[in-house]
Design a protein around this ligand. Structure first.
Ligand SMILES: Nc1ncnc2c1ncn2[C@@H]1O[C@H](COP(=O)(O)OP(=O)(O)OP(=O)(O)O)[C@@H](O)[C@H]1O
Length: 314
């Protein structure tokens, strides 16, 4: 058994021309390996191809080319096993309005061939906080509750891999925390998690590894800390004692930005300038330093740098 939960080679998808629109190459030969037991972030701007990739994994979209293995099972050779190894929480709230929460979970378990005695309906209802809504029709549930029910549906067959397609888009803080707590617990129990999100801070906190997709191509894949470390940028935020001159000499390539409250943020490249050089320049300008804090780049910075770089290359 491979150490990868998901292995993708040369995955391509072209959507056929439709209503005067030309064919759309949504994925252009993507290779990707998702380690078992990881929380893996799949990021990219709108229209990058993330949902297409996830929908191919879920068996909802047919790939044009390439190979997909889920938990070692080839999508084409062992479609039943590869589908059983994965659970997907989709972006759209596609619930049958005339099913109760309990029925929705039971029917889904039935679809996956889970025998009645092995069903964990009550356990899942409890986990997603819907025990008291078990017999309510899904049309009467709030948006947040429906989202939790979709998570429950993705879990009925106890998959090895759980895929979450923008699970927290437009949900409140409480639900977001509940979702992430659930995801962490499932991951601790050994489930591999793949998620797409537009909240980069969330990805930074949750994911061990991140891949960035742009225009149907993978432009980066690395451990989250290494990805962020790729940016050689550093910022010193200095709280001055007394006034700061409008302009003062700084080492080449150091930029100065005024922050609210009178602080100045000095950004530089670690490879070219040292913190000591920056502080020396501040002192030489007669600025007395009351406090200093340092800021490292965020995932957002690397994301913007990489996607902008890919634009230029294109
Ligand atoms: N059924 C379809 N028919 C034609 N084109 C499609 C179809 N589904 C998606 N596309 C196109 O394929 C590209 C990739 O779309 P996809 O939904 O995979 O992107 P995404 O990264 O998930 O975007 P978002 O972050 O906005 O959800 C887009 O240009 C989209 O318009």
């Amino acid at each position: 058994m491979s150490q990868f939960a998901i292995e993708i080679e040369g995955l391509a998808k072209t959507y056929a021309a439709h209503k005067g629109e030309p064919p759309k190459e949504a994925l252009k030969g993507v290779d990707l390996q998702v380690p078992q037991g990881s929380i893996f972030g799949l990021l990219g701007p709108n229209g990058a191809g993330k949902s297409t990739l996830i929908n191919i994994l879920a068996g909802l979209v047919r790939k044009s080319a390439g190979n997909v293995r889920i938990w070692g099972f080839d999508h084409d050779v062992n479609p039943r096993q590869s589908r059983a190894a994965i659970g997907v929480m989709p972006q759209e709230l596609n619930l049958d309005p005339f099913f109760t929460a309990r029925a929705a979970l039971d029917v889904q378990a039935g679809l996956y061939g889970v025998p009645k005695r092995e069903r964990r309906t009550d356990e899942i209802l409890e986990m997603i906080g819907l025990t008291d809504k078990a017999d309510a029709y899904s049309r009467t549930l709030s948006g947040g509750m429906r989202r939790r029910l979709l998570l429950g549906k993705a879990l009925v067959h106890n998959p090895h891999v759980l895929v979450l397609d923008e699970p927290t888009a437009g949900v409140d803080i409480e639900l977001r925390q509940m979702l992430w707590n659930n995801v962490r617990k499932l991951n601790e129990q050994g489930m591999t998690i793949i998620l797409t999100t537009h909240y980069l801070e969330e990805a930074e906190q949750m994911c061990d590894q991140i891949a960035i997709i742009h225009n149907g191509e993978k432009i980066a894949h690395d451990r989250t800390d290494r990805l962020i470390g790729r940016l050689d940028a550093k910022t010193l935020v200095i709280q001055p004692e007394g006034p700061v001159p409008a302009e003062f000499p700084l080492p080449t390539d150091v930029t100065c930005e005024r922050r609210p409250g009178g602080a100045i943020a000095l950004s530089y490249r670690r490879g070219a300038t040292s913190a000591e050089d920056v502080l020396d320049a501040v002192r030489a300008a007669g600025i007395r330093i009351s406090d200093v804090a340092s800021e490292d780049p965020r995932l957002e910075d690397i994301f913007l740098a990489l996607t902008a770089g890919a634009h230029r290359a294109a």
